[in-house]
Design a protein. Structure first.
Length: 747
DNA sequence: GGACCTTTGAAGCTA
DNA sequence: TAGCTTCAAAGGTCC
């Protein structure tokens, strides 16, 4: 376990992580430290959990005063170095991974606070990263109280000049008045009483951030105290405090002021709810949520969390290690503050537990409609789910083969199926190819409903709620993953001649393609085709054509495919009548030979698609933990665009696709395409455009009818901006758009 | 006002 | 010990 980088070479305190140490390094030393510490972090990450456990178990063991952190502080007393509190982590890869907001908040630091700069007037350097919430707290829904409600000359930190005074100030109520600040932990806790004795240990600077934490927006954000936290009798913790943890948590200690039983009983009723310490992911979420919200204009936390979940997985180990470390510190601090607290306390108190126990009775792990079908297929939801009521299918599954308790659920369910799901039945049944066979079988076994409508059910997909319909989902990652739609006889080779852009930091397609069934994890990209027959939209041409599932599917797939240019692009191959589908796109040699586009079938126009196994179901999206699964985000963010897809003649699929694709490419070529992974260049776009144009010319000669497909851009790879007026405006133009992040959608 | 949704991780409980 | 369950944050939505 590395704990070096302390200038004084103090004994290693596990609390002293390398990232933390880096903060105390001078600018000139950071590079070297970064290199070494990164390597150390990798090692640290591997043992992070064990370390955490061991440390937490032994946290009550008295520790020497020679904490390396203190030593570090000693070395920086001249500058009142609390910079580490602001940005203990570097941004080597540009990923904003600064100090989690929680910690920063607890530290009571302004966002712009830097150890060597004016905390309030000097913006942080770019590498420090500015938490997104700083951009526009109001619009992001994050309340942000005054960082330091001091008057100009009241800012406490500058007054500190010595180590101890500095440290002491962190714990001196006079400095952070309880009435003025919200501390993450109650000031009245016994810990204050023991401060003099074991302060160096208990309030090691590594922990100080949380201990002395004063007001901060995140603390507001996570006003941790539930129940009495807002009660006036909670004293300083109520209106003025923003504690995550209650001040009067320990009733034993606070009971001294409440002598009579009535007060005690009342106090028990008002006993504050001590929340669990945030884990690494929660810390990450708190930090990144605002950013995602700002990027995506999504406000629904469920959707945001899905994005964050994916990003979390996409996060480097080093980055994650930081959050693990912070989470460990949170736990440590929480444990120190509330030694008697146990998660059991919270687990046994809430109604939530009761409710969940009820819903989990019967061992039903079925996903509810929302999770099964996603937001874009609400037409497949049961009625209660549409109304956010209890899922009757869920309840039905709970009762296995038996009827629901009142029977209404079944009836409604059946009615629902007959009403809304019949249309999907054939297609799902025929072409319903989604997910692995195993998963499909599993679903079939679980619920007969799956036959009717949930061949695409994300239930087989472990319930990523916002996934595209898995029934029509296929993965680009799998070279043999093709979705043959019998209804239209149009083959969609996942990899045929399409260009698949693989992130350099992601496993290659070949690697991923080895897995052709079952888990979706590791899928780099996917194509989602959602034969949503209910969608009706006016075409750009204004003509109204009866909706055709395949056409809709075509368009949506196209949109999906192009919307994932940054992750993968696989235009459809149209079966022109011959037994073998004709490749729609001819990859350019420059692309085929480009290692970036490494892909088994790229450039191989002779791929025998017909001989390819008919992967029944694309596992993409099956695993909500699949960080590379774009479907969840896609569905969350682009379904509205898809709903604008107008019907298209099946026979015109090729032309339509080409038309739409060309429009997109036009835009890409014109504006340049900056894919998520920065792998697409204008040259590529132009080339691809040329390829499309050539095919279009060919198609036009053979096709008589052309229906147009409107296209518009989506300005984010993960998030649609349907609510964005600009995006909406652009959606009305029959041109494709590419955002800066390189995602294009077609509607 | 509270449940629900959604994510991952931690912790407790149970078999 | 493995598996399951609950909770932590967040905010829109629904009842």
């Amino acid at each position: 376990m590395p704990h070096t980088h302390t200038r004084h070479g103090s004994s290693g305190d596990d609390l002293c992580s390398t990232d933390e140490v880096k903060i105390f390094k001078d600018e000139g030393d950071r590079e070297d430290d970064k290199i070494s510490s990164e390597n150390l972090l990798v090692e640290e990450k591997s043992s992070l959990i064990d370390l955490t456990e061991s440390e937490e178990k032994g946290q009550k063991i008295a520790r020497p005063d020679h904490s390396p952190v203190f030593n570090k502080i000693d070395t920086h007393t001249h500058s009142f170095n609390m910079g580490y509190l602001v940005s203990p982590y570097s941004y080597a890869n540009g990923t904003p991974s600064g100090l989690p907001v929680t910690m920063a908040n607890k530290m009571g630091l302004p966002p712009f606070f830097c150890h060597n700069a004016d905390p309030l007037t000097t913006p942080p350097p770019a590498h420090c990263g500015i938490p997104p919430y700083q951009l526009d707290p109001k619009t992001m829904g994050l309340t942000r109280p005054a960082l330091y409600p001091f008057a100009g000359g009241q800012y406490p930190y500058p007054m500190l000049s010595s180590d101890m005074s500095q440290v002491a100030s962190w714990h001196t109520p006079s400095v952070y008045s309880a009435s003025s600040f919200r501390t993450p932990y109650p000031s009245s806790l016994p810990i204050n009483t023991t401060l003099s004795s074991d302060f160096p240990f208990r309030f090691s600077p590594s922990l100080l951030p949380s201990v002395h934490a004063t007001s901060h927006h995140v603390l507001n954000a996570h006003s941790a105290i539930v129940g009495v936290s807002s009660k006036p009798d909670c004293g300083a913790q109520d209106t003025t405090t923003n504690n995550r943890y209650p001040r009067n948590l320990d009733t034993k200690n606070s009971s001294s002021t409440q002598s009579n039983d009535s007060k005690e009983s009342l106090n028990d009723k008002k006993k504050p709810h001590i929340k669990k310490p945030l884990n690494a992911f929660m810390l990450y979420m708190k930090e990144m949520r605002a950013k995602v919200v700002a990027e995506c204009t999504l406000k629904e936390s469920a959707a945001i969390n899905q994005i964050l979940g994916r990003r979390w997985h996409a996060l480097g180990r080093e980055e994650q290690a930081k959050y693990y470390e912070l989470a460990r510190r949170e736990r440590q601090l929480h444990m120190q503050m509330y030694p008697d607290w146990s998660s059991r306390t919270n687990a046994s108190r809430g109604k939530k537990r009761k409710r969940k126990q009820e819903t989990n009775d019967g061992g039903n792990n079925m996903k509810k409609c929302r999770a099964r079908f996603g937001l874009d297929q609400q037409n497949q939801w049961c009625k209660p789910c549409r109304r956010k009521k209890k899922c009757i299918r869920y309840m039905e599954a709970m009762n296995e083969n038996g009827p629901t308790e009142d029977g209404s659920g079944i009836d409604e369910h059946e009615s629902q199926l007959s009403d809304d799901d019949d249309d999907d039945y054939d297609e799902d049944k025929l072409g319903g190819s989604c997910g692995s066979a195993d998963e499909t079988n599993k679903i079939v076994d679980d619920d007969t409903e799956s036959l009717n409508q949930s061949m695409s059910s994300p239930g087989c997909l472990s319930g990523l709620s916002s996934l595209q319909s898995p029934s029509t989902t296929m993965s680009l990652a799998s070279p043999i993953n093709m979705n043959t739609n019998p209804a239209t006889n149009v083959l969609y080779p996942a990899t045929s001649n399409a260009l698949l852009i693989v992130s350099a930091d992601q496993p290659t397609i070949q690697q991923r393609s080895t897995s052709t069934s079952g888990s979706s994890s590791g899928s780099t990209s996917s194509i989602s085709t959602t034969p949503n027959t209910s969608s009706t939209v006016s075409p750009v041409t204004g003509t109204t054509v009866p909706p055709t599932n395949s056409a809709h599917e075509r368009a949506m797939m196209l949109g999906n495919r192009f919307s994932h240019l940054g992750m993968g692009l696989s235009p459809p191959v149209v079966n022109t009548g011959s037994s073998k589908p004709e490749p729609f796109f001819q990859p350019h040699s420059t692309v085929c030979n480009n290692a970036i586009f490494s892909m088994p079938s790229i450039g191989n126009s002779s791929v025998n698609h017909s001989s390819m196994p008919n992967i029944s179901r694309n596992p993409i999206g099956a695993n909500p933990r699949d960080i590379n699964n774009p479907l969840s985000i896609n569905q969350l963010t682009k379904r509205r665009e898809y709903q604008n897809v107008e019907s298209i003649e099946v026979s015109d699929t090729q032309t339509i696709v080409a038309h739409a694709a060309t429009s997109i490419i036009h835009h890409v070529a014109a504006h340049g395409y900056r894919a998520n992974h920065s792998l697409l260049s204008n040259n590529f776009s132009q080339h691809f455009h040329q390829q499309l144009t050539d095919h279009m010319e060919t198609a036009k000669r053979s096709e008589s009818t052309i229906l147009s497909v409107s296209t518009h851009a989506v300005s984010n790879s993960e998030c649609h901006k349907a609510s964005d007026p600009q995006s909406n405006a652009s959606s009305k133009t029959p041109s494709a758009g590419a955002s800066e992040t390189g995602v294009i959608s077609v509607s």
